[in-house]
Design a binder for this molecule. Sequence first.
Ligand SMILES: NC(=O)c1ccc[n+]([C@@H]2O[C@H](COP(=O)([O-])OP(=O)(O)OC[C@H]3O[C@@H](n4cnc5c(N)ncnc54)[C@H](O)[C@@H]3O)[C@@H](O)[C@H]2O)c1
Length: 259
Amino acid sequence: MIKHIGVVGAGQMGAGIALVAVQSGFETSIFEPSKQAQEKTKAYFQKKLPPHQPLFVTQLDALSNCDLLIEAIPEQEALKIKLFQELDSIAKPEAILASNTSSISITKLAAATKNPERVMGMHFMNPVPVMKLVELIRGLQTSDKTYHAVKATAEKMDKTTTTSKDIPGFIANRILMPMINEAFHALQEGLASAEDIDTTLKLGANHPMGPLTLADFIGLDTCVAILEIMDKKPCALLQQYVNAGWLGKKTGRGVFSYV
Ligand SMILES: NC(=O)c1ccc[n+]([C@@H]2O[C@H](COP(=O)([O-])OP(=O)(O)OC[C@H]3O[C@@H](n4cnc5c(N)ncnc54)[C@H](O)[C@@H]3O)[C@@H](O)[C@H]2O)c1
């Protein structure tokens, strides 16, 4: 029975996951090493006024009493493998280790632990409090018990789940990222303005937001990382934005400006 959730990494996604966890009645603790991100998350919680506040911990091993640990650190395989090894050593034996990764192999993260059947993908969408979907990804080693406990937790958070095999990109990004990359190619070619590319998809395909705005919301660095893991070459213009430090909404500037 999952009662206490630990969120590791409170950036865009981790902060949202922690808020939904608190609002759904879970005791919630957060480990976030960056002072700046911590302050941002605390301010976010103050604005949202949940029924109770999460606990901010300063050491990873302060999460050892959690029943479910959800990792939302940057989309870099080596970083996540190292973290899963650490989580495996601090978590209690019956705890579940979940990753919010958009594309990295759950099977590989699980293989980095001594207890791989308790590892699983729990892919929330951005912004977490608004988006109804959680994609569930079973690694090759994930047990039925782990799968059902994570599914029940997502449902208690009032989310709808879909289940994907552990193939890079899973369902959502498998289909979304090639579209986003193609939108950058169209912009690079000068096919149309950024505004017209987005408006065409919004009004022509009934998408709630255009692909360039969506990329800004996801984070352009995250888009590049996901495309690379999916073995797709990121468009040069997309890469250039990332090189410039224009990462999207989170830095105030991407394709569009957010200041
Ligand atoms: N942005 C999206 O739309 C989206 C959607 C679904 C899934 N995801 C996935 O969620 C994860 C996080 O994405 P994000 O957009 O929140 O990124 P982000 O850059 O906003 O946040 C990452 C946070 O992790 C922290 N961090 C870095 N190393 C850490 C460590 N070793 N231990 C603990 N914390 C650490 C950073 O300080 C930062 O606050 C990625 O795997 C991403 O692919 C993102």
